[in-house]
Design a protein around this ligand. Structure first.
Ligand SMILES: C[S@@+](CC[C@H](N)C(=O)[O-])C[C@H]1O[C@@H](n2cnc3c(N)ncnc32)[C@H](O)[C@@H]1O
Length: 342
């Protein structure tokens, strides 16, 4: 399938911002249809849930940036600390020119480390961010302005659709990065399916680098998701405001509370919205009336924590070989570089 036909199949519109920056976007009505369909289904289950990708409207993306600066949220600064080791440690793995592909690029601050590494090694750098959030438009512009030899092609869509597009793009080498512990949002089973999907969209010469949070003390974990300034609570509750404004619903934010606990059996932080009373909510655009009991939990996110044996097992069962693993001093977090099996 050609690049043009996959663009047509995904119904993307190409926006050319300048010679070195363009992005592809699905039609607005398609995005809203997905939102309505997924939400109607997930809120109709016995365990009500809202998919975490819906956190990231403009306000949600801004709140996530605030979370990254919180003293309790060790993940961002720990990952950045390991990333700085890559100036020396990544180049030996790069054979030839690479395009940088980023899943869930967000504000693309960590991306700068990779662009700096690549621009030392090659004449031009091509960057391919994939993110459901419109934040991609601003972060891509900033990067284009700051790096003369950078060309950006963004996809404002889900990881899976972005990977489909990339698969048909060209024969160049891709260095795919997936940072911020976002892989931890998948359940174990869906994580394996996702890794298989990535494997099938990679060429032999491609590399994949992932940032994963490791199992650690329960108090450190629970503090990271229950910060003293309640920014994580605002981030969690904001998804209800987003549903109110985009799908015409009447969630009363004051009738819900943020709830995050570490499930030691499953090695994951589970995040919920807890209903403070018996209540009824109407979601007009989904044609739905929700009855929610006092103390009922709406699941909004899992953040899985990993052990090294588990990571190795997941990667080998999905057809990958590990090239290298890098840690911080406390072994709280790791970056894993891998490629497809021969
Ligand atoms: C936890 S933030 C991480 C941002 C950045 N990579 C970092 O490490 O700071 C997750 C990012 O992925 C995007 N995202 C979440 N779920 C997604 C999905 N299913 N498909 C595409 N993007 C997604 C969000 O919009 C957000 O920008």
């Amino acid at each position: 399938m050609s690049q043009k036909s996959i663009q047509n199949e995904l119904e993307y519109t190409k926006h050319v911002v300048s010679e070195r920056l363009c992005y592809y976007e699905p039609p607005k009505n398609k995005l809203q249809k997905t939102f309505v369909e997924e939400l109607s289904s997930s809120l109709n289950q016995k365990q009500k849930s809202i998919h975490p990708k819906f956190f990231y409207d403009k306000k949600g993306s801004e709140l996530f940036e605030e979370i990254c600066k919180l003293p309790e949220y060790y993940l961002t600064r720990t990952e950045i600390n390991i990333l700085t080791q890559l100036y020396e440690k990544l180049p030996p793995h790069l054979n030839g020119d690479f395009r940088l592909v980023e899943l869930g690029s967000g504000s693309a601050k960590k991306t700068r480390i990779f662009i700096s590494i690549l621009e030392r090694l090659q004449k031009h750098v091509e960057y391919f961010p994939i993110d459901v959030s419109n934040i991609l438009k601003d972060s891509s512009k900033k990067l284009r302005d700051d790096y003369e030899n950078l060309r950006v092609t963004g996809i404002i869509d889900s990881y899976e659709s972005g990977l489909n597009f990339l698969k048909h793009y060209d024969h160049g080498n891709n260095l795919i990065i997936f940072l911020g512990s976002s892989f931890g949002n998948f359940s174990y089973e869906n994580g394996l399916i996702f890794l298989q999907k990535i494997n099938s969209s990679m060429k032999k010469s491609d590399l994949f680098l992932i940032g994963l949070d490791l199992v650690k003390d329960k108090t450190v974990l629970e503090r990271a998701y229950n910060d003293s300034q309640d920014v994580t609570a605002k981030f969690n509750l904001n998804v209800l405001s987003r549903i109110n404004s985009e799908l015409d619903s009447d969630f009363n934010i004051r009738k819900f509370a943020h709830h995050a606990i570490y499930n030691e059996n499953q090695n994951r932080v589970e995040i919920y919205l807890r209903s403070l009373e018996n209540q009824t909510v109407n979601i007009s655009k989904a044609d739905m009336t929700l009855r929610i009991k006092q103390d009922e939990l709406i699941h909004t996110e899992n953040s899985c924590k990993f052990t090294i044996p588990k990571i190795k097992e997941m990667l080998s069962t999905t057809g990958f070989q590990i090239r290298d693993i890098w840690y911080d001093e406390k072994q709280h977090y790791c970056l894993v570089l891998f490629s497809k099996n021969d």
